[in-house]
Write a protein that binds this ligand. Structure first.
Ligand SMILES: [Fe+2]
Length: 241
Protein backbone atom coordinates (compact mmCIF):
# COMPACT_ATOMS: atom_id res chain seq x y z
CA UNK A 1 0.00 0.00 0.00
CA UNK A 2 1.13 3.50 -0.60
CA UNK A 3 2.76 5.20 2.31
CA UNK A 4 0.73 7.53 4.42
CA UNK A 5 1.92 11.04 3.82
CA UNK A 6 3.07 12.90 6.87
CA UNK A 7 0.80 15.92 7.26
CA UNK A 8 2.25 19.36 7.19
CA UNK A 9 3.37 21.16 10.26
CA UNK A 10 0.10 23.02 10.58
CA UNK A 11 -1.83 19.79 11.07
CA UNK A 12 0.26 19.05 14.10
CA UNK A 13 0.24 22.47 15.69
CA UNK A 14 -1.14 22.31 19.15
CA UNK A 15 -1.39 18.56 19.05
CA UNK A 16 2.20 17.88 19.92
CA UNK A 17 2.69 20.48 22.57
CA UNK A 18 6.10 21.36 21.23
CA UNK A 19 5.02 23.77 18.55
CA UNK A 20 4.83 26.85 20.77
CA UNK A 21 8.17 26.09 22.37
CA UNK A 22 10.68 28.90 22.31
CA UNK A 23 14.31 28.67 23.22
CA UNK A 24 16.78 31.19 24.43
CA UNK A 25 20.32 30.82 23.28
CA UNK A 26 23.09 31.24 25.73
CA UNK A 27 23.61 30.68 29.39
CA UNK A 28 19.95 30.40 30.28
CA UNK A 29 18.85 28.38 27.29
CA UNK A 30 16.03 26.04 28.16
CA UNK A 31 16.39 22.44 27.32
CA UNK A 32 13.93 19.62 26.93
CA UNK A 33 14.31 16.37 28.81
CA UNK A 34 16.10 13.86 26.56
CA UNK A 35 14.26 10.67 25.75
CA UNK A 36 15.81 7.71 27.54
CA UNK A 37 17.52 5.25 25.19
CA UNK A 38 17.01 1.55 25.76
CA UNK A 39 18.38 -1.61 24.26
CA UNK A 40 17.28 -2.53 20.77
CA UNK A 41 16.17 -5.97 21.95
CA UNK A 42 16.54 -9.22 20.06
CA UNK A 43 13.71 -8.94 17.57
CA UNK A 44 14.68 -6.33 14.99
CA UNK A 45 13.56 -8.08 11.77
CA UNK A 46 16.05 -10.65 10.54
CA UNK A 47 14.30 -10.48 7.20
CA UNK A 48 12.60 -7.33 5.98
CA UNK A 49 8.94 -7.59 4.97
CA UNK A 50 7.94 -7.07 1.34
CA UNK A 51 6.33 -3.81 2.37
CA UNK A 52 8.25 -1.41 4.60
CA UNK A 53 6.13 1.74 4.46
CA UNK A 54 4.62 3.57 7.42
CA UNK A 55 1.27 1.79 7.24
CA UNK A 56 1.76 -1.43 9.18
CA UNK A 57 -1.91 -2.27 8.98
CA UNK A 58 -1.92 -3.27 5.32
CA UNK A 59 0.73 -5.15 3.37
CA UNK A 60 1.12 -3.98 -0.21
CA UNK A 61 -2.25 -4.15 -1.99
CA UNK A 62 -3.87 -6.61 0.38
CA UNK A 63 -7.54 -5.99 1.08
CA UNK A 64 -7.32 -7.66 4.48
CA UNK A 65 -5.92 -5.45 7.22
CA UNK A 66 -4.17 -6.63 10.33
CA UNK A 67 -6.24 -7.31 13.42
CA UNK A 68 -5.82 -5.27 16.58
CA UNK A 69 -6.59 -1.83 17.92
CA UNK A 70 -5.73 0.57 15.13
CA UNK A 71 -3.26 3.15 16.40
CA UNK A 72 -1.97 6.34 14.79
CA UNK A 73 1.53 6.75 16.16
CA UNK A 74 2.76 10.28 15.63
CA UNK A 75 5.44 12.48 17.04
CA UNK A 76 8.23 14.87 16.49
CA UNK A 77 11.97 14.37 16.65
CA UNK A 78 13.78 17.33 18.17
CA UNK A 79 17.08 18.19 19.80
CA UNK A 80 17.29 19.24 23.43
CA UNK A 81 16.81 22.84 22.39
CA UNK A 82 13.66 21.99 20.48
CA UNK A 83 15.16 22.18 17.00
CA UNK A 84 13.42 19.77 14.62
CA UNK A 85 15.46 16.88 13.27
CA UNK A 86 14.37 16.63 9.67
CA UNK A 87 15.00 13.84 7.19
CA UNK A 88 15.58 11.46 10.06
CA UNK A 89 15.03 7.83 9.22
CA UNK A 90 12.50 6.41 11.67
CA UNK A 91 11.98 2.70 12.06
CA UNK A 92 9.46 0.91 14.25
CA UNK A 93 8.91 -2.79 14.87
CA UNK A 94 6.58 -4.60 17.21
CA UNK A 95 4.51 -7.71 17.77
CA UNK A 96 1.19 -8.28 16.08
CA UNK A 97 -2.06 -8.83 17.99
CA UNK A 98 -1.04 -12.46 18.50
CA UNK A 99 2.22 -11.48 20.21
CA UNK A 100 4.44 -12.42 17.30
CA UNK A 101 7.33 -10.50 15.75
CA UNK A 102 8.55 -10.75 12.19
CA UNK A 103 11.84 -12.04 13.58
CA UNK A 104 11.99 -15.80 13.11
CA UNK A 105 12.99 -16.31 16.76
CA UNK A 106 10.26 -14.00 17.99
CA UNK A 107 7.18 -15.98 17.10
CA UNK A 108 4.39 -17.57 19.03
CA UNK A 109 2.44 -20.47 17.48
CA UNK A 110 0.03 -17.92 16.08
CA UNK A 111 0.77 -15.09 13.74
CA UNK A 112 -1.22 -12.38 11.97
CA UNK A 113 0.07 -12.71 8.42
CA UNK A 114 -1.61 -9.42 7.52
CA UNK A 115 0.46 -7.35 9.93
CA UNK A 116 3.54 -5.70 8.48
CA UNK A 117 5.45 -5.85 11.76
CA UNK A 118 7.98 -3.19 10.73
CA UNK A 119 7.73 0.22 9.13
CA UNK A 120 9.90 3.18 8.27
CA UNK A 121 9.54 6.78 7.22
CA UNK A 122 11.46 10.03 7.08
CA UNK A 123 10.68 12.94 9.34
CA UNK A 124 9.22 15.99 7.67
CA UNK A 125 10.83 19.42 7.52
CA UNK A 126 9.45 20.07 10.99
CA UNK A 127 10.68 16.77 12.40
CA UNK A 128 7.36 14.93 12.39
CA UNK A 129 6.72 11.29 11.71
CA UNK A 130 3.58 9.19 11.36
CA UNK A 131 2.76 5.49 11.43
CA UNK A 132 -0.48 3.53 11.34
CA UNK A 133 -0.12 0.37 13.37
CA UNK A 134 -1.88 -1.62 16.08
CA UNK A 135 -1.70 -1.16 19.83
CA UNK A 136 1.07 -3.44 21.09
CA UNK A 137 0.21 -6.40 23.33
CA UNK A 138 2.28 -8.15 26.01
CA UNK A 139 4.34 -11.11 24.92
CA UNK A 140 6.34 -14.00 26.32
CA UNK A 141 9.19 -15.01 24.03
CA UNK A 142 12.36 -16.86 24.90
CA UNK A 143 11.10 -17.24 28.44
CA UNK A 144 10.82 -13.50 28.98
CA UNK A 145 7.51 -11.72 29.45
CA UNK A 146 7.42 -8.11 28.34
CA UNK A 147 5.04 -5.26 28.91
CA UNK A 148 3.57 -3.97 25.63
CA UNK A 149 5.92 -1.72 23.68
CA UNK A 150 6.85 -0.48 20.25
CA UNK A 151 10.53 -0.40 19.30
CA UNK A 152 11.63 2.80 17.61
CA UNK A 153 14.97 3.83 16.15
CA UNK A 154 16.30 7.03 14.60
CA UNK A 155 19.04 7.12 11.99
CA UNK A 156 20.59 9.95 10.03
CA UNK A 157 23.24 9.95 7.38
CA UNK A 158 23.43 6.19 7.52
CA UNK A 159 24.14 6.05 11.23
CA UNK A 160 21.88 4.91 14.00
CA UNK A 161 21.48 7.84 16.38
CA UNK A 162 19.03 6.53 18.85
CA UNK A 163 17.07 3.45 19.89
CA UNK A 164 14.34 3.06 22.47
CA UNK A 165 10.99 1.45 23.26
CA UNK A 166 7.61 3.15 23.60
CA UNK A 167 5.48 1.91 26.50
CA UNK A 168 1.79 2.36 27.22
CA UNK A 169 1.28 4.92 29.95
CA UNK A 170 -0.17 3.36 33.09
CA UNK A 171 0.05 -0.23 31.89
CA UNK A 172 0.10 -2.55 34.90
CA UNK A 173 3.03 -4.59 33.54
CA UNK A 174 5.40 -1.63 33.17
CA UNK A 175 6.56 -1.71 36.79
CA UNK A 176 7.77 -5.31 36.57
CA UNK A 177 9.16 -5.18 33.05
CA UNK A 178 12.78 -6.21 32.57
CA UNK A 179 13.59 -3.12 30.49
CA UNK A 180 11.38 -0.53 32.16
CA UNK A 181 11.72 -1.58 35.81
CA UNK A 182 15.33 -0.35 36.28
CA UNK A 183 14.51 3.13 34.99
CA UNK A 184 13.90 6.13 37.20
CA UNK A 185 10.38 7.48 37.07
CA UNK A 186 11.73 10.55 35.29
CA UNK A 187 13.36 8.42 32.59
CA UNK A 188 10.33 6.16 32.31
CA UNK A 189 8.17 9.20 31.85
CA UNK A 190 10.02 9.90 28.61
CA UNK A 191 9.09 6.46 27.25
CA UNK A 192 5.34 6.38 27.73
CA UNK A 193 2.59 7.39 25.36
CA UNK A 194 -1.13 7.58 25.92
CA UNK A 195 -3.05 5.39 23.58
CA UNK A 196 -6.09 7.63 23.61
CA UNK A 197 -9.30 7.16 21.62
CA UNK A 198 -9.49 9.24 18.47
CA UNK A 199 -12.39 11.64 19.05
CA UNK A 200 -15.37 10.65 16.95
CA UNK A 201 -13.82 7.45 15.65
CA UNK A 202 -16.50 4.81 15.08
CA UNK A 203 -13.88 2.10 14.78
CA UNK A 204 -12.19 2.62 18.13
CA UNK A 205 -9.01 4.00 16.64
CA UNK A 206 -6.33 5.30 18.97
CA UNK A 207 -3.87 8.16 18.93
CA UNK A 208 -0.43 7.63 20.44
CA UNK A 209 1.79 10.70 20.50
CA UNK A 210 5.46 10.16 21.18
CA UNK A 211 8.02 12.92 20.79
CA UNK A 212 11.68 12.05 20.71
CA UNK A 213 14.19 14.44 22.24
CA UNK A 214 17.72 13.60 21.19
CA UNK A 215 20.46 14.63 23.58
CA UNK A 216 22.84 15.32 20.76
CA UNK A 217 22.72 17.51 17.72
CA UNK A 218 22.23 15.52 14.58
CA UNK A 219 24.45 16.75 11.81
CA UNK A 220 22.07 17.60 9.07
CA UNK A 221 22.60 17.11 5.40
CA UNK A 222 21.60 20.61 4.42
CA UNK A 223 23.24 20.14 1.05
CA UNK A 224 20.09 18.31 0.09
CA UNK A 225 21.83 14.97 -0.25
CA UNK A 226 19.82 12.33 1.50
CA UNK A 227 22.21 9.89 3.08
CA UNK A 228 19.72 8.14 5.29
CA UNK A 229 19.56 4.40 5.57
CA UNK A 230 19.36 1.69 8.08
CA UNK A 231 22.10 2.63 10.43
CA UNK A 232 22.21 -0.48 12.48
CA UNK A 233 25.43 -0.37 14.49
CA UNK A 234 27.69 -3.34 14.67
CA UNK A 235 27.54 -5.38 17.82
CA UNK A 236 23.79 -5.21 18.27
CA UNK A 237 22.96 -8.36 16.40
CA UNK A 238 23.09 -10.40 19.56
CA UNK A 239 20.18 -11.70 21.55
CA UNK A 240 19.97 -8.79 23.93
CA UNK A 241 17.06 -7.00 25.55
FE1 LIG B 1 10.24 -6.15 22.08
Amino acid sequence: MSAIIVPGRRAFLGALGLAPFFTTRGLFAETLTPTKPTTEGPFYPDTMPLDTDNDLLVINDSITPAVGEVTWLTGKVVTETGAPVRNAFIEIWQVDAKATYLHTKGRTPQRDANFQGYGRCLTSSSGEYLFRTVKPVPYTLGGVTRAPHIHIAVSRNGKRLFTTQIAIRGHHQNAGDIVFKPLSSADMNTLVADFAPVPGSSHGELNAKFDLVLNRTAVEGDDGVLRGGIGKPEGLRGFRR
